[in-house]
Design a protein around this ligand. Structure first.
Ligand code: NAD
Ligand code: USQ
Length: 401
């Protein structure tokens, strides 16, 4: 293991905080960085984490008390190029994990301001980082969170980042074609292109993790103390689908399947997210290598997930209704989907496959915090792909850090 630290950008977030803990627990020296903008976007949208979340200084102190290990906390905006460069110059990290982006598809579809803000800031942050690495830490390995949604739902198998094509008698291996489904997902395509380009021209070492939809809310480390809990989003703007279905089931609300529910996606347990990041860091890309790992463990349709949650409730003698509601998104509701996801398995990932016990445990977490649930934020989609909307659109104020 390198004696240089690992920087985690976006360390106050759903995935960033458990990753910082997991890397620290495995002996990495961790610098946790965030500008706390997500807490501000929550205030803008009138949303909040189901589980109460401590401040970063409180979390870091709780980790020291629990594990005896230090995590160094820095408040910093990745869109501040000077501050990013100063950070890289100060620590000369062996690896940087980049989670620090606006990551909600509905948020990016509210209106022009939210679309522009999402794309400008996501792309700018990654570019700042790439330039800082070129100039100050050319050996540092960039581990960047992309998304499976970059590919869309093509009628052919999805490869891991590249596809070999024969055309007019000639053959080449090229970046896999992308057809994403929101301005947010598009921002990740722009990042992927910038990473592939800078690996080619500057020799950046880069791993692009095209991650699927994450479910669950606990890892071995966050479970050690309530102050170590990560955020749990359940509302229509920030909540991901299986977590939302678990909250709906716990409260006896119908599970909101958008449209026919045949939309199929790759999914993974949050415990696998943190493990995939650790595996990627400990098996780095080489100089000039841009590699893509599809980071998910199983495919499910949205309707199939709703049925799994419903069956888990049945097993406890509790009934759940599934409600097909008009789809606020523009997406195929029945389609072919077969995405490869072998690279991380080859590097040693042992997936936690979705089990009823996991659904039960998420539902138990929800039951502990049920008084905090805002039913309006949970049930009714307020952003439509065709016409925008959203409570946040009311004031038209996009607050940037
Ligand atoms: P999150 O919103 O909970 O966390 C993102 C964190 O980044 C927040 O704490 C936010 O304050 C911070 N941040 C945003 N912009 C920043 C900036 N300019 N400077 C510094 N900090 C900034 O999101 P998450 O669910 O933890 O997702 C993390 C990453 O993983 C995102 O890039 C997302 O696209 C990707 N991803 C998430 C999922 C999922 O299911 N949650 C799936 C695939 C990919
Ligand atoms: N959906 C429902 N009912 C709901 C909520 C969602 O049917 O109540 C459907 C959506 O229409 C969509 C699917 O569930 O077809 C997934 O939606 P989601 O909100 O769980 O996920 P998505 O918007 O794609 O975004 C999330 C994260 C994002 C990440 C992405 C991974 O917020 O940061 O990039 O998952 S992926 O989808 O693989 O691109």
């Amino acid at each position: 293991m390198s004696d240089r630290p690992v920087v985690v950008l976006g360390a106050d977030g759903f995935l960033g905080w458990p990753t910082a803990l997991h890397l620290s627990a495995h002996g990495h020296q961790v610098i946790a960085v965030d500008n706390l903008v997500r807490r501000r976007w929550d205030r803008e949208c009138g949303t909040s984490s189901l589980a109460p979340i401590a401040s970063m200084p409180q979390r870091v102190r709780a980790w020291k008390r629990t594990s005896g290990r230090d995590i160094e906390w820095r408040r910093l905006d990745v869109c501040d190029a000077r501050a990013m460069s100063a950070l890289i110059a100060e620590f000369r990290p062996s690896a940087i994990v980049h989670f620090a982006e606006q990551r909600s598809a509905p948020f990016s579809m509210i209106d022009r301001e939210h679309a522009v803000m999402t794309q400008l800031r996501n792309v700018e942050g990654t570019l700042n980082l790439l330039f800082a690495l070129r100039d100050l830490a050319p050996d540092c390995h960039l581990v960047k969170l992309g998304t499976m949604g970059e590919y869309g739902t093509p009628n052919i198998d999805i490869e891991e980042g590249f596809i070999t094509i024969e055309h007019n008698g000639r053959r080449d291996t090229l970046p896999y074609p992308k057809r994403p489904g929101s301005f947010y997902h598009l921002s990740k395509v722009h990042d992927s292109n910038n990473m592939e380009f800078t690996s080619r021209i500057w020799g950046i070492r880069a791993t692009d993790l095209n991650q699927g939809v994450v479910y669950g809310c606990e890892t071995d480390e966050t479970a050690l103390h309530p102050t170590l809990a990560t955020r749990f989003d359940y509302d229509v703007i920030w909540g991901t689908v299986l977590n939302r279905f678990c909250v709906q089931a716990a409260l006896g609300q119908p599970l909101t399947v958008y449209g026919r529910g045949g939309q199929t996606r790759g999914f993974l347990d949050i415990r696998d997210t943190v493990e995939c990041i650790r595996i990627s860091i400990e098996n780095p890309a080489s100089r000039g290598q841009y590699r893509v790992f599809n980071q998910f463990t199983e495919q499910f349709s949205v309707k199939g997930l709703a049925e799994l949650v419903s069956q888990a409730r049945d097993a406890h003698g509790l009934s759940t209704t599934i409600k097909h509601i008009s789809n606020p998104r523009v997406e195929l509701e029945e389609h072919y989907y077969n995405a490869k996801h072998q690279h991380l398995i080859d590097l040693g990932l042992q997936p936690h496959l979705l089990r009823r016990t996991l659904i039960d445990s998420v539902i138990q977490t929800v039951e502990r915090h049920r008084k905090r649930v805002d039913l309006v934020a949970l049930q009714k989609p307020n952003v439509d792909w065709r016409s925008g909307g959203g409570r946040a659109a009311a004031d038209r104020q996009v607050t940037v850090a």
